[in-house]
Write a protein of this length. Structure first.
Length: 285
């Protein structure tokens, strides 16, 4: 599935909005205390351990703030890091460095936290075929970076938003009158609109799984809040006629048993809402 969330113009729009939010009509602390034109250098020090994410966007933030800033990158996205390592250095206008500092750190700390947690959970299920999926449980206006971080950490991106897949959740099923009717309506919608959308449907029990299989049209069947034993039965029932996805409050204590049920994917909301940001700082030297 192709997403547009890493298009340069969308990244630049995010950066511009974030800088406008932070700087407003000027960084008056820097303007007041540091003479205009003063140059200096700073280094981004990693004070934690994990999987690094956000180097590429950090470079773009510095460039967006001031194209004359010289950034030297020592590490790349996806690298494993330990305390004391220097991820990058930046040289140029001190005012520009300080204007970019907080956005660079906020972005990299959060992205590295997500990438690290994704990598950890994926390592727990590495002995199975299951792959981690992210969700739409993201921070408003920061989803692009959160999904980017999931990819860096070794996970797989689910749909980006409401526009790039038909995902029939429990409310859609209930409002439309059941599994079969929800699928019928969706297939008719695709026929009428000629939109290249795939259909996924959420099921809550084996009866709904059977109904989804009988109606057809779903490329993936979600097994929501089922026990690992019930998921295993559902996987056997589906028998590779559709992809399978486990969901519903899955965490590091339950994920291994879920993965061993034989599902293809496991969606984990905590990848983007319950991670721990990684500690790092930008210091003059």
């Amino acid at each position: 599935m192709q997403y547009t969330y890493l298009m340069p113009e969308l990244i630049d729009a995010f950066i511009d909005n974030a800088l406008a939010e932070d700087i407003g009509d000027g960084d008056h602390t820097s303007l007041a205390s540091i003479p205009a034109g003063q140059t200096g250098r700073a280094q981004l020090i990693l004070k934690d351990e994990g999987i690094l994410a956000g180097i590429e966007i950090a470079k773009r933030i510095f460039d967006r703030v001031d194209p004359n800033l010289a950034v030297t990158v020592n590490m790349k996205d996806g690298d494993r890091f330990t305390p004391g390592q220097i991820a990058l250095t930046v040289n140029g206008s001190v005012h520009s460095i300080l204007a970019a500092e907080r956005l660079v750190l906020n972005t990299m700390q959060r992205m590295s936290g997500i990438a690290s947690y994704t990598n950890y959970l994926q390592s727990l299920i590495a002995h199975t075929k299951a792959k981690l999926l992210d969700t739409r449980k993201t921070t408003p206006n920061f989803r692009m970076m959160e999904k980017w971080a999931v990819k860096i950490g070794g996970g797989v991106n689910h749909r980006y938003g409401l526009f790039d897949m038909i995902l029939l959740k429990d409310n859609h099923v209930d409002y439309s009158g059941g599994i079969k009717q929800a699928l019928k309506n969706s297939k008719e919608y695709i026929r009428k609109t000629n939109k290249p959308l795939k259909i996924e449907i959420e099921t809550r029990n084996l009866r709904e799984v059977k109904e989804a299989l009988e109606e057809g049209g779903a490329f993936r069947i979600m097994l929501d809040n089922m026990s690992p034993a019930l998921m295993k039965e559902a996987v056997t029932l589906i028998n590779n006629t559709a992809e399978t996805e486990a969901s519903g409050g899955i965490n590091e204590d339950t994920i291994v048993a879920v993965a061993e049920s034989g599902v293809d994917f496991i969606s984990v909301g905590s990848l983007s809402h319950s991670y721990k940001s990684k500690d790092m700082s930008l210091k003059a030297y």
